[in-house]
Design a protein around this ligand. Structure first.
Ligand SMILES: CC(C)(COP(=O)(O)OP(=O)(O)OC[C@H]1O[C@@H](n2cnc3c(N)ncnc32)[C@H](O)[C@@H]1OP(=O)(O)O)[C@@H](O)C(=O)NCCC(=O)NCCS
Length: 182
């Protein structure tokens, strides 16, 4: 990638682009929350594979699309980061999640394009998309890997005082963050 990523607002017909994300990752660090603080814990999966392109089970492209599509259909914003025609990453933000909170429901940068500011560009666009809805904070249920936790901490997110019960039930190992939007 030579240029800064271009972030575009996409629509529900573009959710299929999820299939172009290489979600694979080598994990060196994993976190949990202990006594209200982030603490390292043994890595549960050091090589996260790409999403299964054919099946329909957990961590398949089909399951990811089935998660994303209804969100976008019901009003969440789908954002794509591109370098020309090449997809670098995708994000989904629900600006009117609950009370004053928006929800960053999805954020993935394809493996070859990480650590070049793509997620930061998607985050900025997601924050911008919440402004009209009057959200004052962004709720994030983050996978507990070093990259995801490092990214959200870099955005100024803090551990949520109380976890959202439905999101916690979906992903009990996730780290739940709340980021005040300025
Ligand atoms: C987490 C993820 C979205 C970050 O995307 P990215 O485009 O690489 O992030 P950026 O380049 O914008 O990074 C911004 C900052 O986040 C932090 N960060 C990003 N990757 C990190 C890592 N591997 N370890 C620690 N901190 C990290 C750093 O502070 C970084 O700034 P720096 O590069 O100047 O040090 C990406 O690694 C990813 O898609 N991972 C797999 C899917 C995932 O975990 N998604 C989150 C689901 S909740």
């Amino acid at each position: 990638m030579t240029n800064p990523p271009e972030v575009r607002h996409l629509d529900v017909d573009d959710v299929y682009l999820v299939e172009r994300i290489d979600r694979s990752e080598h994990v060196d660090v994993e976190y949990t929350v202990r006594d209200g603080q982030l603490a390292e814990r043994p890595v549960s999966m050091s090589e996260i594979p790409p999403w299964d392109p054919f099946g329909t089970g957990p961590y398949s492209v089909a399951a990811e699309i089935a998660f994303c599509e209804p969100l976008v259909r019901s009003g969440a914003t789908l954002l794509g980061a591109f370098d020309g025609a090449e997809l670098l990453g995708l994000a989904i933000v629900d600006p009117a999640f609950e009370g004053p909170n928006a929800w960053l429901a999805f954020l993935h940068v394809s493996r070859p394009h990480r650590r070049r500011g793509v997620a930061s560009a998607l985050w900025s666009a997601a924050v911008e998309a919440t402004r009209g809805a009057g959200a004052t904070a962004m709720y994030v249920s983050a996978v507990p890997t070093g990259s995801a936790v490092g990214f959200y901490l870099s955005r100024g997110c803090e551990l949520a005082d109380s976890v959202h019960p439905d999101l916690y039930a979906m992903e009990p190992d996730d780290i739940h963050f709340l980021c005040t939007l300025t």
